[in-house]
Design a protein around this ligand. Sequence first.
Ligand SMILES: C=C(O[C@H]1C=CC=C(C(=O)O)[C@@H]1O)C(=O)O
Ligand SMILES: [Mg+2]
Length: 441
Amino acid sequence: MLVSHVVPAGAFSPLDSFRNAVRRNQERIVYWSDSTSGITLAGAGEAYSIKVEHNGPDRFAEVEEKWRAIAANSMQSFQPEIPQTGLLLMGGGVFDPLKARSERWEHFANAEFHVPQILLTQTEGKSWLTLNYLLQGKEDFREITQYLMAACEWFLAEPGKPRPIAKNSFSVEAENPDRWLQLVDEVAQRIREGEWKKVVLARELRLHSENSIAVAEVLQRLHEDQPESHIFAFVHQGDCLLGASPECLVRREEDCFYSTCLAGSIRRGKDQPEDQMLGEELLQDPKNQQEHRLVVQMISDKLKKYCEALEIPAAPFLVKLKNIQHLCTPLVGKARPGTSLFHVAADLHPTPALGGFPQQAAMKKIREEEPFDRGWYGGPLGWADARGNGKFIVAIRCGLIRGKEISLFAGCGIVGDSEPLSEYEETMLKLQPMLAALGGN
Ligand SMILES: C=C(O[C@H]1C=CC=C(C(=O)O)[C@@H]1O)C(=O)O
Ligand SMILES: [Mg+2]
């Protein structure tokens, strides 16, 4: 039986708790901050975990089934009306279960979710501490209590002054940009010939850092630079996937589903007039409109199956982040009875913002041509509670940190009018937030 105990806590900071958990080399650590909901949390340890290693198509159905079973067999001491407290499942999955797995991603399973043992949730200046424990029947309650009390102590300890974010030096592993440019050219050509409508091609940028990376400091910098995005870190046995994603795949809140269609990009201007001009250009540009339209079409077609009244805005608006502006169309609909977050997430993934259109043909091309493993980059990442609420974002603008080795990822939606060099520049814009947060330039 999974037992969950929630108590109001003082003014503790999830980032400090995350830092404490990293210092204690906890095998599982999670950090999640969502500016839309105003909730930030850090969790450590695993009271319960669900791991799917096979590459069958029903990985999220399996996760959901196990989650429902354990949630039904759980006991909660007290459940405040605060989302993301108490029983909470956090995790994600790979972009493409059929792609050969690289060693780099060895600690990130096909789909993998955890209920943290200890969780600090902060909202509106207040925080809540959750303790979760899986009772198996023979345990010594005194031992469990001592163990959990000790966990509270180190998790909530004052971590001392954070290290200032030092300028770090990196060496960049040689890439073959010409190969990528050629691939974009070939794909755009074949799109013009009618083979696909869109294929999202990505790059992996590999860095070697001179110093080991202080991941909590990287998160702090992402908070400062990317306040509108979802800021996340998933630490699995010391390896850390972290980033700041602006893209929500699907959110379920009570009886509504929400999704943000995000695709189509341009840089920010040097001053306000230039910025506005670039924004106008993006809104009017047929190539970016096409990139965007395919995403809205696919997501809204799928959501119509799960929603009674889907609201689809007639035109996208601009989302302006520090280094880039995007076309954005938010969707919302009333969930039909019997529909679930996991099911919708599995059906939407990958949208044409990360895969392409038609979905399976585009995935096949990506699988065959990309010379690296995307791992969890581009995959669904998020949380679910025991009441059916939750949110999956798309893991973009992120990187994987393994000691001093870092992999950053960025992709671009290729359509018939794509020009290889400008797509390459777009990947550079998308790599900026992580490069800056790592202390490079
Ligand atoms: C694939 C990525 O971005 C997607 C999301 C927004 C805009 C995109 C674009 O304009 O190409 C991409 O579809 C990435 O950041 O790696
Ligand atoms: Mg684009």
